[in-house]
Design a protein around this ligand. Structure first.
Ligand code: BEZ
Ligand code: MG
Length: 512
C-alpha cells in the first residue's frame, strides 16, 4: 500500500473511532452514570466556545484532564468552570418531579432546546422547551458559521462533479433551526448571496445582496423544502426566505453569475417563477414517505417521489399561506442537481429516525423523478468541529460503522432488553429507507447486518428471547432488501434468513 492510501485509511479509522455516539437509551428520571458523564464532558470540551472565551481541549489531553477533574482535582479556567456546572447539573434529575407537577397542571419553567454539546444551557433537564423569536433568525453567529458550511458544500460539489451546481434543494426543519438559531436559514441566504438586514430593534426584517465581488461565485438557486413544524414556528422567516429569492431575481446581473435570475427568466419572468419556499398544506405535517416505504406500499421509485411532491407542493410567500402549486414545484425540482440537509446533533443521525429518509430521501427521489437522474445528496455534519460535508452514502456508512454494527452501541441497546432490540430493528429499517429513497446503501452494510444479528446463533437467540417481534421484523426487512434488489445476498444467506423468519413466525403464532 502506498503511504497515501495508508494515511487515508488511518484518517477513516480515526473518524470512526472518535465519532460521538449515544450508548444506550435515556431512562426517564435517571441521572447519567459516572462513565457517561465523563464522555459528555469530553464531548463538551472538544468544541471551541468563543462566546465564553473557551478553547477546545486537545484530544490528547482531554481524557486524562477530565478524569482528574472528576476525581476532585481543581483545574482553573473558564472551561472547567463550565464543566463543573454541567457535572453538578447532571448529577440531579428533576424529570419525574416535573412530570408529576405538569400532570397536576403546575407551571414548568422553560429552557432552551438543543443538545448538551451545542448548548449546555439546556441543563437541568426536566423543563419545558422554549422556542426562539423568529425575528432573531438567523443570528449573527449562525450567519457567520454558514459561510464555511456553504463554502465546503460548494467545494465538495466542484470536487465531485467539476462545477458549481445551479440549483440546490435544501431541507429545513424547525427544531434544528431553533437549536442553531437558524444555521440552515443562514446557509440558504448565503447560497443566494444575501445577508440578513436588522432593523432598529435588531429584528431581521429584510435582506441585502452581498456584492458579487465579495461572494466570489455565482448566486446559487435554492429550492427550500420546509417541514410543517418550520412553517408553524417560523412564519416571518418563510417570508424572509421568499423575499431573498425575489431580491436576487430582481438584481440586474448576467445569468451566468445569478442562477436565480437566469431560471426566472427561462420561465418567462412570470410572477410564479420566483416561488421557492415549499411545505405541506396548512395544518398538515410530514411527507408520508416513511410510511409508504416501511409498509412496503410502493413498487416503482417514482411512486415515492410522487408522494413527496403531492405532500410538499404548497408554496408560501408573503400574503400567501400555502397555495397548492404542484406544477411549479415540479418545474423547480427539474433543475435541481444537489439535495442537501444539515445534521445537527450527536443524538439523532440519519439511521436513528425515519424522518431523515422521508425528507432528504423523499426529496432526492422527487428530483430524480423530475430530472431522470438521481441528484447527489449531501449532509453538513455539524458534529464535526469544523464544517464537514459528506455524501449521503458516506454518512450512512459512517453511522452504520459507529452505531448499528458497533458492539458498544448495540451492546448499550441490548441492556435495555425489549426496547433495545426494537431500536436495533429501527436502525435496520431506516437503513432500508435510504435504499428505497436514494440508493445510498452499499451491499456490505446488509451483509454485515445479517452476519452480526441473524447468522450469529448466540446473538440471534439473545434478540429472539428479548423481543421476538422486532427480531422477526429485522429478518423480514433484510429479506425485503434482497427481494427489492437493494442487496445482492448470497443464496445461502438468503436461505438462512428465510429459515430464521419461518421459525420466528412459528414461534409467534404458537406453532413451534
Ligand atoms: C422539524 O423539527 O421540523 C422536524 C423534526 C422531525 C421530523 C420532521 C420535522
Ligand atoms: Mg416520529
Amino acid at each position: 500500500m502506498s503511504d497515501a492510501v495508508v494515511l487515508k485509511l488511518l484518517d477513516q479509522l480515526l473518524e470512526i473511532e472518535q465519532r460521538l455516539i449515544p450508548t444506550g437509551l435515556h431512562v426517564f428520571g435517571q441521572p447519567p452514570e459516572k462513565r457517561e458523564i465523563a464522555g459528555l464532558l469530553r464531548a463538551v470540551a472538544s468544541f471551541d466556545r468563543p462566546e465564553r472565551g473557551i478553547r477546545a481541549l486537545p484530544e490528547a489531553e482531554a481524557r486524562g484532564a477530565i478524569e482528574r477533574f472528576l476525581a476532585g482535582e481543581d483545574i482553573p479556567g473558564p472551561l472547567f468552570e463550565l464543566l463543573g456546572r454541567i457535572r453538578d447539573q447532571l448529577a440531579v434529575n428533576h424529570e419525574l418531579d416535573a412530570l408529576v407537577r405538569a400532570l397536576r397542571g403546575e407551571y414548568i419553567e422553560p429552557g432552551p432546546g438543543a443538545d448538551i454539546i451545542q448548548n449546555p444551557a439546556i441543563l437541568p433537564t426536566g423543563r419545558n422547551t422554549h422556542a426562539i423569536n423568529p425575528y432573531g433568525v438567523p443570528s449573527q453567529l449562525a450567519f457567520d458559521k454558514a459561510e464555511a458550511a456553504v463554502a465546503a458544500l460548494l467545494a465538495r460539489r466542484v470536487r465531485d462533479s467539476g462545477r458549481l451546481p445551479e440549483t440546490i434543494a435544501m431541507v429545513l426543519w424547525g427544531m434544528d433551526n431553533i437549536k442553531t438559531h437558524g444555521e440552515g436559514v443562514a446557509q440558504a441566504l448565503r447560497l443566494l448571496g444575501v445577508a440578513p438586514r436588522r432593523d432598529a430593534m435588531n429584528r431581521v426584517v429584510d435582506v441585502d445582496p452581498l456584492p458579487l465581488e465579495r461572494l466570489g461565485r455565482p448566486r446559487i438557486d435554492v429550492v427550500m423544502m420546509l417541514s410543517g413544524i418550520f412553517r408553524d414556528l417560523f412564519g416571518p422567516t418563510m417570508e424572509l426566505l421568499d423575499k431573498a429569492v425575489r431580491t436576487v431575481a430582481a438584481l440586474d446581473e448576467p445569468p451566468e453569475v445569478n442562477f436565480v435570475r437566469k431560471h426566472v427568466w427561462e420561465q418567462g419572468n412570470v410572477a410564479d417563477a420566483v416561488l421557492r419556499v415549499f411545505s405541506n398544506a396548512a395544518g398538515n405535517y410530514g411527507t408520508n414517505v416513511n410510511f409508504m416505504v416501511l409498509q412496503g406500499q410502493w413498487s416503482r421509485p417514482e411512486e415515492v417521489g410522487d408522494l413527496f411532491i403531492r405532500r410538499k407542493c404548497f408554496a408560501y410567500a408573503r400574503g400567501m399561506g400555502g397555495r397548492q402549486a404542484q406544477a411549479l414545484l415540479q418545474r423547480a425540482l427539474a433543475r435541481v442537481e444537489v439535495t442537501y440537509q444539515n445534521l445537527d446533533s450527536a443524538e439523532i443521525g440519519v439511521t436513528d429516525v425515519d424522518h431523515y429518509f422521508e425528507y432528504l430521501g423523499g426529496l432526492t427521489r422527487a428530483v430524480e423523478k423530475e430530472t431522470g437522474r438521481r441528484p447527489e445528496a449531501y449532509l453538513n455534519d455539524s458534529l464535526a468541529p469544523k464544517a464537514k460535508i459528506r455524501s449521503l452514502a458516506e454518512l450512512v456508512a459512517l453511522e452504520t460503522r459507529t452505531k448499528t454494527l458497533n458492539p458498544k452501541w448495540y451492546g448499550g441497546m441490548l441492556k435495555h432488553g425489549y426496547s433495545g432490540v426494537a431500536e436495533i430493528e429501527h436502525h435496520v429499517a431506516n437503513t432500508f429507507g435510504w435504499s428505497a429513497t436514494a440508493d445510498a446503501v452499499d451491499g456490505w452494510i446488509y451483509d454485515e447486518i445479517a452476519g452480526t444479528f441473524m447468522l450469529d446463533q448466540s446473538m440471534l437467540e439473545r434478540l429472539r428471547s428479548l423481543n421476538p417481534h422486532a427480531t422477526r421484523e429485522l429478518a423480514a426487512r433484510l429479506l425485503e432488501a434482497q427481494g427489492r434488489g437493494f442487496w445482492d445476498a448470497p443464496e445461502p444467506v438468503a436461505n438462512r434468513l428465510r429459515e430464521v423468519l419461518g421459525n420466528l413466525e412459528d414461534q409467534l403464532e404458537g406453532v413451534a
